[in-house]
Write a protein that binds this ligand. Structure first.
Ligand SMILES: C[S@@+](CC[C@H](N)C(=O)[O-])C[C@H]1O[C@@H](n2cnc3c(N)ncnc32)[C@H](O)[C@@H]1O
Length: 262
């Protein structure tokens, strides 16, 4: 059983995560990108924070990378452990904003740290984000890289509340109810799952940052932006991009220049 608020998202979604989110991003392109970064950094050790059910961690390990998967949710990690290939991973239950409190020693260092699919925004506030990035910086071997995948918030969006249809199947409807507080940069949501058996509430909350705010926070943790793309195939990032894949290096660390050809 998970013990902290950090586990609330994972515990709420673990039983449906693979069914609902298997195809949300291009897994193969992500694994290729991370594999190329690790090779460029001259290492094979990859740390995925908020690895969940292993949607990315398992394909990364299939490429020969030595993957450590950290997640706060026991339910998510149970789903991961049940999958073929999980035995190749090092699996650590813990809060990514308190890496020093996990069994992951600060001596363990990595060529790439991956925080994918908006997972960084699960952290409740800027202090937790900073603590997470400080922990990452301490565990990155120069010229290693932190890779963050996150959505780009819409500029000038006002306060709003909304209900959208997330899924319609023969035996299931999922509605997403959200409240957006642009001042706090927080979206509070509930996925309401309706089936013949009844309904179930799956709560979530994200505290998001704009890319420039993330860069600023990362720099305060000694991490400097080296590349930014709009997808895992290295498509140019521009004002219309709804997602960013941002790669950071330790400030002053060897090789803090771009790794991928533009
Ligand atoms: C959106 S899912 C992404 C899972 C996986 N990275 C993927 O792309 O499919 C976010 C994951 O982060 C985990 N998580 C949220 N807050 C966390 C925290 N503070 N520390 C560690 N894991 C956390 C959740 O349990 C969940 O498994």
């Amino acid at each position: 059983v998970s013990e902290s608020g950090a586990a609330s998202y994972g515990d709420a979604f673990a039983d449906v995560y693979d069914r609902w989110y298997a195809d949300v991003t291009d897994v193969e392109a992500c694994a290729r990108y991370v594999g190329d970064l690790a090779a460029a950094a001259g290492g094979a050790a990859v740390l995925e924070l908020g690895a969940g059910t292993g949607r990315l961690a398992l394909p990364l390990s299939s490429r020969g990378l030595a993957v450590t998967a950290v997640d706060a949710s026991a339910a998510m990690l149970d789903a991961l452990r049940a999958k073929p290939g999980a035995e190749r991973l090092r699996i650590v239950q813990g809060d990514m904003s308190r890496l020093d409190d996990t069994e992951l020693s600060s001596e363990a260092t990595f060529a790439v740290v991956l925080i994918a699919y908006n997972t960084l925004f699960n952290l409740p506030d800027d202090d937790a984000l900073r603590a997470c990035l400080d922990g990452v910086a301490a565990r990155l071997t120069p010229p290693g890289r932190l890779v963050v995948e996150a959505f780009v918030p819409i500029d000038d969006a006002g306060p709003s509340d909304d209900v959208t249809v997330s899924r319609v199947e023969r035996d299931e409807v999922v509605l997403a109810a959200t409240v957006h507080d642009p001042t706090a940069q927080v979206i509070t949501g509930q996925h309401v799952q309706i089936t013949e058996e009844g309904r179930r509430l799956r709560p979530w909350r994200v505290h998001y940052l704009r890319p420039d705010q993330l860069d600023h926070l990362a720099a305060s943790c000694g991490l400097t932006l080296v590349d930014r793309w709009s997808d895992w195939d290295c498509t140019k990032f521009d004002d219309d991009s709804s997602v960013h894949i941002s790669t950071y290096a330790r400030l002053g660390g060897a090789g803090s220049e771009p790794t991928m050809p533009r």
